[in-house]
Design a protein around this ligand. Sequence first.
Ligand code: HEM
Length: 533
Amino acid sequence: MGESGALDFGPAMPTISYALAIPLIAGGLVARYLVVNVALPIFWSPVANIPGPSAPGFWGSNLYGLFNSKISWKLHEEFMQKFGRTFRVFGVAKFDQRLLTLDPVAIGYILRKTSIYQRPWPTKAFISSIIGDSLFSSEGLKHKCQRRIADHAFGERNLQSFLPTIFARASQMTEKWISIVEKSEDGQAKFDVAEWVVRLGLDIIGEVSLGVEINSLREKNNLLHETYTELFNVLLKRQHPLLTFFGIQVPRLQPYIPTEVFATLTRCKAIVHDFGMKLIQEKRRILDSAEKCPHRDFLTLFLKANTHPDVPYEQRMSDKELLDIVNTMLSAGSETTALAILWTLHYLSLHPEVQDRLQEELLTVPTYSPSQVCGEEEMVELYKAIDSLPWLDAIIKETLRLSPSVHSSIRVAMVDDEIPLVKPMVMRDGTTSSTLKVKRGQWIHLPYEACNVDREIWGDDAWEFKPERWNCLPEAVSQLPGAYHHLMSFGAGPRGCIGMKFAHMEMKVVLHQIVSCLSFRAVENLSIIKGTS
Ligand code: HEM
């Protein structure tokens, strides 16, 4: 204390004004980021000794080729032959060095060890900015809790309770198609099956998720169908990468970024939010009241499971979280299954002999008709008969093998780790390594589709559509860790597709219903653009 009683801090401290400090700190952080993430990896990278293709220029990426459906299979094979089953690829530019592995043992290990290998933050941020925070983006305990509740909804008994919806919607679409064909003079009609099957996919998953009819097959201008179509289409639109970066980083900013992409996203998300929240409130009211709630849709099941006495209060989900889970089911479960059905119809149209044999087989099981009074038990019996048809089964597996709805996935290592391999890898310096050593932060691509068409595993005819291969598979196929008959189409491990059995059931019922009554031929000059996700 000085004599005057005022506080004495000794000699005046040098001060920097805020106006100067903020840009200095920001500049320092940017410089550090550039040195660590851009400059250093070009000259020194933990994966430098792993062989791989050269970078096509500083801003060049190997991913364009690997993701381009016209050359994807060929390029994966070419790189694998040159560099082995695990190789280094350049992501967005020369400083972004990633790994890609087609090694079945490595893939199985990565997909099992979910605490070490997680989805990279940009992937999670991107997904959450569109469908909210849910199974796709959550990790650790939060994911476990969400998955436990969701797994319950996909249990055997619940799945069976969805059969009436699937049969009813499949038959509704088939009747529409038959009426289109009947109106034609020669019993043939040309129309866009994709538009219909996408609507069917939404109606089915919407009804089993929410317990209300979506009606997009009936109504041409259906709000939910238009909203999801816009939501998916807007993601294909290009905008400045910096705007995308900020919009994904800070989703709250999206409504204020004046671009068509964010305006559409904001509007679509608001529609889904209002629609879902109203339903949640209504269902909660029914559950809380003395009214008996007969519904077994996902939303009702989640609401019930969430308030079960076994679920600790702190682990319960908020309405927003419940809505995000349902939104995830609608987004992940509609177009994926619709695509798989469409690819099957496409392969049938290209292989009339396969289609004829399928039609013969399908006729051994009666088709469902809405005029028949058919209880749930009878539907379960009918489904069991459809599910046991071997040729239909082989066709579905073969379609999911050649054209899986998900092209590939990606994980990042959260800690340094050693990944086991099917056989030692040869490094750039000629040494061999029996494991793949990775550093924390390493991104690893998992090419699901390329694994399904790997000729070293599936044989020389792996690129051909041959359902008969499923009678006798090569021994090597059993090495693949895929959840669905070793196929990687539904991923694997604790984060494998939760809707796999549901999708399988929907595909079988829908295909049985439509191919029993109609034959498909591809129109002339048909052009299919196969995207990759
Ligand atoms: C033919 C149809 C389908 C295919 C090919 C497919 C494919 C996949 C794949 C490959 C994954 C794993 C992604 C990864 O490893 O990063 C996945 C995850 C997931 N799928 Fe599917 N899916 C289909 C249908 C469905 C359906 C019908 C639903 C829901 C009703 C669904 C919901 C999900 C969810 C929620 C996840 C994330 C699981 C988690 O992270 O815990 N999918 N799907």
